[in-house]
Write a protein that binds this ligand. Structure first.
Ligand SMILES: [Zn+2]
Length: 367
């Protein structure tokens, strides 16, 4: 159970918020002050509408100066103590800490940018939203797959809490909780952490999925993702896990070398809609899946992965969206990455070098 006092909310030196989520039974007062002198935040991100594809593109040029692969001694996500320069987290220890990104793609307080001349042009507007960083452990070398189960429960609680709070912002249309793990994915900090994006629009992939779900509903009166889930549970050839409340399977049209979808049995639009039993099983199965992915290639200790939560949009088409996790890796063999080359990058036409049924069989045997 999450403590009723979670999270503790504090303010960093430049006005950004930080939230401490404590494991059950470990609540501690969080009173450390951020002693740093920080430059003012840059809220200059803008969004431009690509009329050729109907997609928004965010221009966040200030992100070019962000911290890139610092040594452990300079890691900004480690706790602050006397022997090192202060970090983003003023406390000397923490369980899960969430703070507003200092280099956000979407800024929560646009300031003057909100009144810039570009506002007259609806295809060029301030990128208003939220970008947060979620640190999963104060241990610089930890891996989410190997954290204690109690910590995983705290992480699930933090995803839910942040999704709930940011969804209430009238500028936010879609919530995205995710983890990029591994330098191969483009991670600039190796400390175990994830991110939360609150977009001011519904992303193109989500819109495509809503369109497909809408067509299916018109035809059958049923939920597309629920029907896919029922088919996978019946068929069984791509199943990895079939629990009381959740099922994991390799999708029939997987596009990545390793790809797993994890879906709740109940029709649930987003993480805050999960009940206590679903949250508890999620904490267990989430780590189980990460461990299987980590063991996928003999000789590779930590497989780079992206764990992406698909949630229904905050306002539009709530009934068509259905919560699920998309967990995938770009590693197609030890030392070999799947690059998004001409066909994928230019045409959006995917070629997968692996067979979903074989990937599922391998993931099953790694239990
Ligand atoms: Zn660190």
């Amino acid at each position: 159970m999450t403590s009723e006092r979670n999270p503790t909310r504090r303010i960093l030196a430049d006005g950004r918020q930080i939230f401490y989520f404590d494991d059950a039974g470990r609540f501690r007062a969080r009173t450390a002050r951020d002693s740093r002198e920080l430059p003012a935040l840059d809220h200059s991100s803008r969004m431009r509408f690509d009329v050729l594809t109907g997609e928004w593109i965010t221009m966040a040029s200030h992100r070019m100066t962000r911290t890139h692969l610092p040594s452990a001694a300079d890691c900004p996500l480690c706790p602050t103590n006397e022997t090192r320069t202060p970090t983003e987290i003023p406390e000397s220890d923490y369980d899960v800490a969430v703070f507003e990104n200092r280099f956000p793609s979407f800024a929560s307080a646009p300031g003057d940018a909100a009144h810039s001349p570009g506002d007259d042009d609806p295809s060029d507007r301030p990128a208003v939203g939220h970008c947060e960083v979620m640190c999963f452990s104060s241990d610089h070398t930890a891996s989410v797959a190997e954290l204690p189960l109690e910590r995983m429960r705290t992480i699930v609680g933090a995803w839910i809490s942040r999704t709930e709070e940011l969804s209430a912002d009238p500028d936010v249309e879609q919530m995205f909780c995710f983890e990029n793990r591994g330098e191969e994915i483009g991670v600039t900090l190796t400390h175990p952490h994830g991110q939360i994006y609150a977009y001011p629009y519904v992303t193109s992939r989500t819109r495509s999925m809503l369109t497909q779900a809408g067509k299916h509903f018109e035809r059958t009166g049923r939920s597309l993702l629920a029907d896919v889930l029922a088919f996978e549970r019946e068929d069984g050839t791509r199943l990895i896990y079939d629990g009381d409340h959740w099922t994991a399977y390799v999708p029939t049209a997987a596009r990545w070398p390793i790809e797993v979808h994890l879906a709740p049995h109940r029709d649930v639009p987003d993480l805050p809609s999960l009940n206590d039993e679903e949250r508890e099983e999620l904490a267990v199965v989430y780590q189980d899946l990460l461990r299987r992915v980590d063991r996928f290639y003999p000789g590779v200790d930590r497989v780079p992965y992206i764990a992406a939560w698909h949630q229904a949009p905050v306002r539009m088409d709530r009934a068509l969206g259905r919560l699920h996790l998309q967990l995938f890796s770009i590693l197609r063999a030890p030392g070999k990455l799947k690059y998004l080359a001409g066909s994928e990058s230019a045409m959006g036409a995917w070629v997968n070098d692996t067979l979903p049924e074989a990937v599922a069989a391998r993931l099953r045997e790694l239990k």
